[in-house]
Design a protein around this ligand. Structure first.
Ligand SMILES: [Zn+2]
Length: 77
């Protein structure tokens, strides 16, 4: 059987027969290409969120390093 559909309800790839006549009847089903595009879009959103988080962490790290340098500077006087 050629797997041509993706059942969103069960998160699995299914064949047309399973979709039409078996347990996936009435489940939310996409064609495989649509599902791939949807997951790709979700993945891109996650990557952007992650990049934003990394930038925030790096900014916080730079700030802490600056504070640490200042502290050592004053302690050395
Ligand atoms: Zn299903």
């Amino acid at each position: 059987m050629k797997l041509e559909r993706f059942c969103v309800t069960d998160s699995e790839v299914i064949c047309l027969d399973c979709w039409a006549f078996r347990k996936h009847f009435q489940h939310e089903v996409l064609n495989v290409q649509e599902a791939a595009e949807e997951f790709k879009a979700q993945l891109q959103k996650s990557v952007i969120k992650l990049q934003t988080l990394i930038e925030k962490c790096n900014a916080a790290k730079r700030k802490l390093e600056g504070l640490l340098e200042d502290t050592f500077f004053y302690l050395a006087i």
